[in-house]
Design a protein around this ligand. Structure first.
Ligand SMILES: Cc1ncc(COP(=O)(O)O)c(C=O)c1O
Length: 386
């Protein structure tokens, strides 16, 4: 019998789970197009494999924050509609126009840059106008909207741009009943009505992120833009668990124990000695730390499954390693320590780590670092996208 040698640490990415999540989300918004949000390296899962899997499962749009991410999708051969939204002056507008990427414009400086790029490229730029309906981040304020819409129409008449979309983003869609949700919808409808009244004919109007896709059908409009739910993680414990929505976590992070040793009572553990063994015990060394994206804020609280039992991080999480008190158990070095996964083997989930670290599960998966190899399972598509 050959023994499996586990790598130091790995993030297993189950692409069948991702495809199934896309299908489950599409079923919740059956009349809307689906934009798979794959920014920040696919929330830590790997942008290109996740984009491919999402497209296989029926996503007709792929969304990124930065233009560089959008261009990387094109360079990897991702066709179809790609949109990006986070620009700074001097960005790669021309490259994006030439790559047929839908670019987002939130203000006059951006419109000027994209029209110049369209002229230089000799191509019509696909432009989506973003409205700030209350998030207070990017997007055009209602007072500035008439000027932006007017200039976009002029650029359209001059053959430089096509306004392909009008969109916005929620502030509190993950807080059921939050009054800003209806408030933002009202403002969005007014801003869309204004633009359409002036003659804009967008292909898509959209505002729904994951929580809105899952719980607010009135917000689905022409297209939904889920990110976190596609990776099988709930946007917030308040709205439910992934299982409540038929979603399956895509990422499992596991390590091989680097050592297991006996320690007497009163032995200080890790930097600062914030943990002292309460009695004679065994200590397991997990060779992953904040250099791998394991949050140091979960020192003393992060959960790990070893040999079928939940253990807790003992003392501080260091850059490369942390310790768990194994309570006298003696699994051999090399045994698997599962930090988080779907939960069906009894392991903790990303939500458990978020609670332990005082953050959100988005951050737990997204910050898993580049030193952790991604291992893709179920890479080949097994089901229909329809
Ligand atoms: C503009 C935009 N749309 C959609 C999303 C997806 O959000 P979520 O991951 O909550 O679904 C994001 C992510 O924050 C975003 O910035």
């Amino acid at each position: 019998m050959t023994e499996t040698v586990l790598p130091r640490v790995r993030a297993e990415i189950d692409l069948d789970a991702l495809r199934a999540n896309v299908r489950a989300l599409r079923a919740r918004a059956p009349h809307a197009a689906f934009m798979a949000v794959v920014k920040a390296d696919g929330y830590g899962h790997g942008m290109i494999p996740c984009a491919r899997a999402a497209v296989e499962a029926g996503a007709t749009w792929v969304g990124t924050a930065t233009p560089e991410e959008a261009l990387a999708l094109r360079a990897a051969g991702i066709g179809g509609r790609v949109m990006c939204w986070l620009w700074t002056p001097g960005g790669p507008w021309r490259e994006a126009v030439e790559a047929d990427v839908d670019v987002t414009v939130s203000g006059m400086w951006a419109l000027r840059e994209v029209t110049a790029a369209a002229r230089a490229a000799g191509r019509v730029a696909r432009v989506q106008l973003k409205a700030d309906t209350g998030l207070g981040r990017n997007g055009c304020m209602p007072d500035d909207w008439p000027e932006l819409v007017g200039e976009a129409l002029r650029a359209q008449e001059n053959g430089l741009v096509t306004v392909t979309g009008l969109w916005s983003h929620f502030a509190c869609a993950d807080e059921p009943g939050h009054p800003s949700i209806q408030g933002q919808m009202d403002v969005f409808r007014e801003m869309v009505a204004y633009a359409e009244g002036r003659g804009i004919r967008p292909e898509v109007r959209h505002i729904a992120n994951s929580p809105a896709t899952l719980t607010l059908p009135d917000t689905h409009l022409d297209l939904v833009r889920p990110g976190i739910a596609m990776y099988g993680v709930s946007p917030s414990p308040e709205i439910g668990t992934p299982q409540d929505f038929g979603l399956r976590p895509v990422m499992t992070v596991a390590a091989a124990l680097a050592s297991v040793k006996h320690a007497p009572a009163g032995h200080g553990v890790s930097y600062g000695h914030h943990y002292t063994t309460p009695g004679a015990t065994t200590l397991g060394l997990v060779p992953a730390g904040y250099g791998d994206g394991i949050p140091r804020h979960a020192s003393g609280s992060g959960p790990v499954l070893v040999d079928g039992k939940w253990r807790t991080v003992a003392g501080r999480i260091a850059m490369d390693q942390f310790v768990v008190d194994l309570g006298g158990d003696e699994p051999p070095a090399g045994s698997e320590a599962v930090l988080f996964g779907p939960g069906d083997r009894g392991e903790p989930t990303a939500e458990d780590w978020a609670r332990a670290a005082g953050t959100i599960a988005y951050e737990i998966v997204t910050r898993i670092g580049s030193r952790v190899p991604r291992v893709y399972v179920n890479e080949g598509s097994t089901g229909s996208g329809d």
